[in-house]
Design a protein around this ligand. Structure first.
Ligand SMILES: Cc1cc2nc3c(=O)[nH]c(=O)nc-3n(C[C@H](O)[C@H](O)[C@H](O)COP(=O)(O)O)c2cc1C
Length: 200
């Protein structure tokens, strides 16, 4: 697997295998498969177990709606994300039922997305989170009340295809090794009051 993470410490295979793919095959994702992925996300922790994630999705075979959602994507995402098997909008429910702001909402929705995408990877389905889209277009399309819901990211899901099927620059991106900061750069053990704790 070209994009598999090269880790310093032993990390679970699923985490090494996941990457933000762009080359999607024509193979569809069934309703059951998608429900498995969504339910996996629902088992994520969240503040007060409030579960502030909402998803609006469309399968590729619903061409009319799929194209409407794909049309909300920015120019750099459209050329490859239009081949995904499923596109979804991920909404953050910003407030609790009593109208107060849920300060953990974005944290919790991101965590649910990660859980879903790892479940998907276990099924050889790859997810790609997308911030590059028009919120205005999505808001109009879904007739959203943005006081309540923030359409924060979209997610493209699909089975993998070969990198060669992509045009540049996406082909190169599809095979460029993934990189991360070393653990020592972002995590510090708290030792004593005297020592400086963080970090550039
Ligand atoms: C909030 C968010 C927004 C993102 N937006 C885009 C995007 O618009 N287009 C894109 O190609 N990738 C997007 N990505 C994917 C990241 O670029 C990718 O996760 C990062 O480069 C690490 O690569 P990896 O997921 O393959 O490990 C986004 C990821 C996140 C979490």
């Amino acid at each position: 697997m070209i994009k598999e993470a090269k880790t310093k410490y032993p990390v679970h295979e699923l985490i090494k295998k996941r990457f933000s793919a762009r080359s999607f095959s024509g193979k569809g994702i069934s309703k059951d498969e998608l429900n498995t992925i969504l339910e996996a996300g629902s088992w994520t922790f969240s503040a007060m177990n409030y579960q502030p994630w909402r998803y609006v999705y469309v399968h590729k075979d619903d061409a009319g709606n799929f194209n409407k959602l794909a049309d909300c994507l920015n120019g750099g995402n459209k050329p490859w994300a239009k081949d995904a098997a499923v596109l979804m909008v991920c909404l953050v429910k910003k407030k609790y039922d009593d109208g107060s702001i849920n300060g953990a909402a974005y944290h919790d929705v991101g965590a649910a997305n990660a859980t879903m995408i790892l479940q998907a990877a276990s099924m050889n389905i790859y997810g790609h989170v997308l911030g590059g889209f028009s919120k205005t277009k999505v808001t109009e399309l879904l007739k959203l009340d943005t006081e309540e819901y923030d359409p924060f990211v979209m997610i493209a899901l699909g089975y993998l295809d070969l990198p060669e099927k992509l045009d540049e620059p996406y082909k190169t991106r599809e095979v460029t090794p993934r990189k991360r900061k070393p653990v020592e750069e972002f995590a510090t053990q708290l030792k004593s009051e005297k020592e400086e704790i963080l970090v550039g």
